[in-house]
Ligand binder design. Structure first.
Ligand code: GDP
Length: 498
C-alpha cells in the first residue's frame, strides 16, 4: 500500500480501483490476464492467486486494484445501484475492428458514473490494426483523445504480447493522481460486494472490495438486506487472514444469504447495529424464494442478456407483454454482455417450482455458465433473431402456465338403488337423465345443488352385460370408486376434464 501521508487528516492515499470495459472479443480478459501475470502482488505464500473478482498489482511501488469479473456486467449492475465502484475505467477498443456498440456502451457507462476513463487501443500487433482510424471514430463519438484535440489518455497496446501494457499502467496512475483518493485504516471497513455465491461445501461466499478502513475476522458487517459475523476471511491467495484493509479484495464466509453484487457493505460495532442498519427486504424485487405473487399466479424469474442497450430495452418491453393473469415474469436482471456464471447463480437462487429462465439476444453463453446451468436446472435460450426468441418464450411460458381444469358435464344419472357399498367401492343402479355415461369417466354426486361426493366409474352394465357407455333414457348398473356420500335419489353428474 502506498503510504504517503496527507497532512490535513489521518488519511493516506489509497490504490485506485480500475474497471476494464469494452466490446466483446476486444481483449478485456486477455488484458486482465496479462496485467495479472506480470504485475500481481505476490502473496507471501507464493500461491497462484485465484480469480475472486478483483486483484491488486504493483507498478513503480504503487498499487492498483483491478475489478476482474465480469468487467462490463458487474460494472453496469453496480452502476444501477448507484455505487461509485471504480475510480477509473479503461475502455478497450480493438485497433483492427474499431468502435463497436459495446465500446460506446462502455464510454457512456463511464460518463454516467462520472468517472475518468482512458482508452486502451488493443491488438496493435495485428496487421489490420489502424490506430488513426479508431482515433477518428472515437472523435466522431465525442471522445477526443490526446493528439486528436482532446485530453483523454490513450495507450496503444497488445494484450497478447504485452507491448504497451506497462505504459497503460503508468497512464492509469497518472490519471488518478489528480483524484486524491484517500482512505484511513483506522476507520471501520466499508466497500462493495463484488461477487457472491452459494458454495455447496462452504456455504455463502462473498468477495468484498474494501474501499476504506479495516475489516477484521469476527466483525459484524451489513450489506443491503443481509448482515453477518465474518467467520472466515481469506486473501486472494486463499490464505486465511485476521484483518484486511483497502483496496484489498477479500473472501468472507458468514453470510446466510448471498449479499447482492454491487451493494455497499460496512463494518458495524456489533450484531445489534448491523441488524438495525439492514435494509428491509423489498417484497417483490428481492424476494427470490417465493414464486407466487398472488394466489394462483405463477412467477417466472427471468434474466435478460443482450448485446446492446437498445435491444435489451426492446426485449424488456416485449417480455413484459407476455404477462398474463396466471403468469408473471419477474426480471431479476437485465443487462448487456454474455451469459456468465453469475447470471446462472442469480437465476438459480431465484428458482422455485417454475425454474428460472435466462434469455440471451446476440450474446454467447460461457462454457462454465452452460455447465452451471445444467447443474442448477436453469433454462438458457439464446438467439440472434428477436422474433425467434419471443416465439420460443411464448411457447415456454405457455407450457409453464398453470392449467385451469374445466369440467364439462357429458351426462347425468339419477341414482335409483344402491346395491352394495364397501369402503370406497359402490355398485348402484339408475336412469340416465341426459347425455351419456362412460366407463372411466369422473363424476360428482349432487344432492340438490350440493356436491356430496366424487368418484370414477369403473364399470357400466346394461341388461347385465358390460358396455362402454349408456345413452339418455336408459337404465343401467354401475360400479364405481367414490368418496363422500351417496343415497338413492342423488344425481350423478358425469364430466370430462380439460
Ligand atoms: P473479451 O471478450 O474482451 O474478454 O476478449 P478476449 O480477451 O477473450 O479476447 C478475444 C480474442 O482476441 C482472443 O482470441 C484473444 O486471444 C485475442 N486477443 C486479445 N488481445 C489481443 C491482442 O492484443 N492481439 C491479438 N492478436 N489478439 C488478441
Amino acid at each position: 500500500m502506498s503510504t504517503e501521508t496527507n497532512q490535513q487528516s489521518h488519511q493516506i492515499l489509497r490504490p485506485p480501483v480500475v474497471v476494464i470495459m469494452g466490446h466483446i472479443d476486444h481483449g478485456k480478459t486477455t488484458l486482465l490476464d496479462c496485467i495479472r501475470s506480470s504485475n500481481v502482488v505476490a502473496g507471501e505464500s507464493g500461491h497462484i492467486t485465484q480469480h475472486i473478482g478483483a486483484y491488486e498489482v504493483e507498478k513503480n511501488g504503487k498499487r492498483i486494484t483491478f475489478l476482474d469479473t465480469p468487467g462490463h456486467e458487474s460494472f453496469s449492475q453496480m452502476r444501477q445501484r448507484g455505487a461509485r465502484v471504480a475510480d477509473i475505467a479503461v475502455i478497450v477498443v480493438a485497433a483492427d475492428e474499431g468502435i463497436k456498440p459495446q465500446s460506446l456502451e462502455a464510454i457512456w457507462a463511464a460518463k454516467d458514473a462520472n468517472i475518468p476513463f482512458l482508452v486502451a487501443l488493443n491488438k496493435i500487433d495485428r496487421p489490420e490494426a489502424d490506430a488513426n482510424r479508431v482515433k477518428g471514430e472515437l472523435a466522431e463519438h465525442e471522445v477526443l483523445v490526446e493528439g486528436w484535440g482532446g485530453t483523454i489518455p490513450i495507450a496503444e497496446i497488445s494484450a497478447k504480447t504485452g507491448v504497451g501494457v506497462p505504459e497503460l499502467l503508468d497512464l492509469i496512475l497518472l490519471a488518478v493522481e489528480m483524484e486524491e483518493l484517500t482512505a484511513s485504516p483506522d476507520e471501520p471497513g466499508t466497500g462493495i460486494v463484488v461477487e457472491s455465491h452459494r458454495d455447496r461445501k462452504r456455504g455463502v461466499v462473498a468477495t468484498l472490495l474494501i474501499k476504506n478502513g479495516t475489516v477484521r475476522k469476527g466483525d459484524w458487517i451489513q450489506s443491503g438486506t443481509e448482515c453477518a459475523a465474518i467467520r472466515v476471511m481469506e486473501n486472494s491467495d486463499g490464505d486465511a487472514v485476521e484483518e484486511a484493509t483497502f483496496s484489498s479484495p477479500v473472501r468472507v464466509l458468514g453470510f446466510s444469504e448471498p449479499p447482492a453484487v454491487g451493494d455497499d457493505f460496512q463494518v458495524c460495532a456489533n450484531k445489534k447495529e448491523a441488524e438495525a442498519l439492514r435494509d428491509a427486504p423489498v417484497k417483490v424485487a428481492t424476494d427470490t424464494t417465493s414464486n407466487t405473487a398472488e394466489e394462483g399466479v405463477l412467477v417466472v424469474p427471468f434474466i435478460i442478456k443482450a448485446d446492446v442497450a437498445g435491444s435489451r430495452e426492446a426485449l424488456e418491453g416485449e417480455i413484459a407483454k407476455l404477462n398474463t393473469e396466471k403468469l408473471t415474469v419477474k426480471i431479476l436482471r437485465s443487462d448487456i454482455g454474455d451469459i456468465a456464471d453469475d447470471d446462472v447463480k442469480t437465476a438459480s437462487t431465484a428458482s422455485g417450482s417454475a425454474g428460472s429462465l435466462i434469455v440471451g439476444f446476440r450474446v454467447r453463453v460461457t462454457s462454465s455458465a452452460q455447465t452451471l446451468a445444467e447443474r442448477f436446472s436453469v433454462t438458457i435460450h439464446t438467439s440472434d433473431i428477436i422474433y425467434e426468441l419471443l416465439d420460443w418464450l411464448r411457447e415456454e411460458l405457455l407450457r409453464r402456465t398453470p392449467k385451469e381444469i374445466v369440467h364439462t358435464e357429458i351426462g347425468a344419472l339419477q341414482v335409483l338403488k344402491i346395491f352394495k357399498k364397501e369402503g370406497k367401492s359402490v355398485v348402484f343402479g339408475g336412469k340416465v337423465m341426459r347425455g351419456i355415461l362412460k366407463k372411466g369417466a369422473s363424476f360428482e354426486i349432487k344432492q340438490g345443488d350440493e356436491i356430496v361426493g366424487t368418484g370414477t366409474i369403473t364399470n357400466v352394465q346394461q341388461s347385465k352385460l358390460d358396455v362402454k357407455e349408456v345413452e339418455a333414457g336408459n337404465e343401467c348398473g354401475l360400479a364405481a370408486t367414490f368418496s363422500g356420500k351417496m343415497t338413492a335419489g342423488d344425481v350423478v353428474s358425469v364430466f370430462e376434464e380439460e
